[in-house]
Each structure stands twice: as structure tokens, then as C-alpha cells.
Ligand binder design. Structure first.
Ligand SMILES: O=c1[nH]c(=O)c2[nH]c(=O)[nH]c2[nH]1
Length: 296
């Protein structure tokens, strides 16, 4: 029985890059966290420490910064595709790459009609994301968002579940439903207006969360994924990870007050974690597009 080196990848994680376009006085900015991972003929570095195919993670980091200067960053999907193709096309022994990008959402400070030219505010943790996988001459693009906080103050119920001797949860037809959405969707091809597609999928999922009368967070998850797929032929599947941010009704009887679903304890943990894949029944699966992705 022998011991062999298994699947591996390596790169620089969370390169924080901030870029300003100063072409005119109305600046545009990009605030990104970029992670690079390279795959390929890397047995030698693991087995003997032979670094001849080991493009340093420091060089990968420098490449990210240089690419941001050499051409406009543009949409995160295009930037990730450029980086991934560069590494696979130029680094000896490297046959695959995974580029992860999270984009922080700054907005112009609302001064005047169109917002300030060079001052910005960020009031949310929400990030737009992409995960690009280059596998030889194939490319997979999985985009999404994370930490999008949403809440419904009515229109959510939970009842009809199995009960056993450990059950204490009361059935309810009136509860708060809150979650922090992490969603990723896989594109069928790279011929996409990335920004427009992102905005529309995000809006569709938000609208569906709002308008679905929810009997379970699982039902909301499916409806959100389905609505995105119905409206967007360019995507093959949607994966969602939804922590159920429980809001417990506070018993105020101790001081003689009736609590008519008005005052809750917003617990941060433990939380239910509802996860699922919503897909088309006629598309080919692409496990490589998802391999080692956080959350999925
Ligand atoms: O929407 C829900 N789904 C569950 O599976 C679950 N389990 C639970 O305790 N509360 C809820 N709510």
C-alpha cells in the first residue's frame, strides 16, 4: 500500500485591491478581494520540494495588481477570466486555475442629483462574487452574492412538521422570516452582460423572497432559485445557502403585557441552515465549477 499526493491547488488568498479610475473628475472605484489558485503538474513540489512548476503566490499577487493597472478591471467576471487564462496560458505546468473575487458595494454619497464625484459610503456587508474555473481550454463562471440580509415581518408560517418527545417548537402561522442570502449561479456560456445579468438576478430573487408567502424557508429557497432560472436562460443552476435567523417572540406576561407579535429576541446562534441546488433537468452537471467553493 502506497501513499500518493491527491488533489491540490495553491495560490494567494484575499488579495485586497482598491482601484480608482481618475480619467475624469467623476471617479469610479473598484474594491475587491481576489484569491488565485493554480492547479496542474505539481507533484514535484509536493513530493520533493522541486519548485520548477511552482509560480510563487507572491507573483500571483503581483499579477493581480499589475492587471488592474494594465487595463480597466471592468466586471469581476471579465477580470477573473483574464487572470485565470493568463496563468494557465503562461505558467509552465499549470493547466487549471480558480479565481475567486468578492466585490464590496460602495455607493456615491448622495450630494446633489447624481451623488458626489469622489466620495463614497458603504452601509452593507453585501458582496457581489464570482468564481471562475479554468480547466485547460474550458472556462466555468459561477457568480453570485453573499451576506444580503433580508427580512419579512409577516407572510411566513411554519407548521405541520413531525413531532417527537424532543419537540418544543410551537407551530405558527405568523413569524418573522430573516436570512442572509448567499447565492451562486452557474453561467451556461461566457457571452453575457455580466453586470446587467447580476442586477436582474439579484432583483428577481429579492422580489420573490418578498412576494412568496412562505410555509418554510426551504420553499422560499426553491422559489427564489426557480424565478432566477425562469427569467435567465443564460444560467444553468442556482445554489443557495440561507441561515434561518430566528426571531423568538418575547413572553412579556411577567409584567402583564400582551405581546401581539411585536417584540422579538433576535438570536444570532444557533441558526437553521437551509441549503439547496435549483437546477434545470436538461443541463449537464459541472462539478468542477463548484469544487472547493466555500459554502457548497
Ligand atoms: O423554515 C423553516 N424550516 C425548517 O426546517 C425549520 N426548522 C425549525 O426549527 N424552524 C424552521 N423553519
Amino acid at each position: 500500500m502506497g501513499i500518493v499526493m491527491g488533489r491540490n491547488q495553491y495560490g494567494k488568498a484575499e488579495v485586497r485591491i482598491f482601484a480608482v479610475n481618475r480619467d475624469n473628475p467623476r471617479h469610479t472605484i473598484k474594491d475587491l478581494s481576489v484569491s488565485t489558485s493554480l492547479r496542474g503538474d505539481l507533484d514535484a513540489v509536493h513530493l520533493t520540494g522541486d519548485n520548477s512548476h511552482c509560480l510563487p503566490t507572491d507573483t500571483q499577487k503581483n499579477t493581480v495588481f499589475a492587471f488592474a493597472k494594465e487595463a480597466p478591471i471592468g466586471e469581476i467576471e471579465s477580470f477573473a477570466l483574464r487572470l485565470g487564462k493568463h496563468f494557465v496560458g503562461t505558467a509552465d505546468g499549470i493547466t487549471g486555475a480558480r479565481i475567486l473575487i468578492d466585490e464590496y458595494s460602495w455607493r456615491r454619497i448622495p450630494v446633489g442629483g447624481t451623488g458626489h464625484d469622489h466620495s463614497f459610503a458603504r452601509s452593507t456587508d453585501e458582496k457581489r462574487t464570482t468564481a471562475v474555473t479554468i480547466d485547460g481550454d474550458r472556462a466555468h463562471v459561477v457568480s453570485g452574492l453573499k451576506d444580503l440580509m433580508v427580512l419579512k415581518s409577516t407572510g411566513s408560517e411554519f407548521w405541520g412538521y413531525p413531532k417527537d418527545k424532543y419537540t418544543t417548537l410551537a407551530e405558527t402561522n405568523e413569524r418573522i422570516l430573516a436570512t442572509a442570502v448567499t447565492a451562486r449561479w452557474r453561467y451556461r456560456h461566457p457571452d453575457v452582460d455580466w453586470g446587467k445579468s447580476f442586477e436582474s438576478i439579484r432583483a428577481t430573487m429579492l422580489e420573490t423572497f418578498a412576494t412568496t408567502h412562505s410555509l418554510a424557508l426551504q420553499q422560499s429557497l426553491y422559489e427564489m432559485g426557480k424565478a432566477a432560472l425562469d427569467k435567465h436562460p443564460e444560467i444553468a443552476e442556482v445554489r443557495l445557502s440561507l441561515p434561518n435567523k430566528h426571531h423568538f417572540l418575547v413572553d412579556l406576561e411577567f409584567c402583564g403585557l400582551e405581546n401581539n407579535n411585536e417584540v422579538f429576541f433576535a438570536a444570532d446562534r444557533p441558526y437553521g441552515l437551509i441549503e439547496g441546488v435549483v437546477t434545470r433537468d436538461d443541463v449537464e452537471e459541472a462539478p468542477q465549477a463548484w469544487y472547493s467553493l466555500p459554502e457548497f
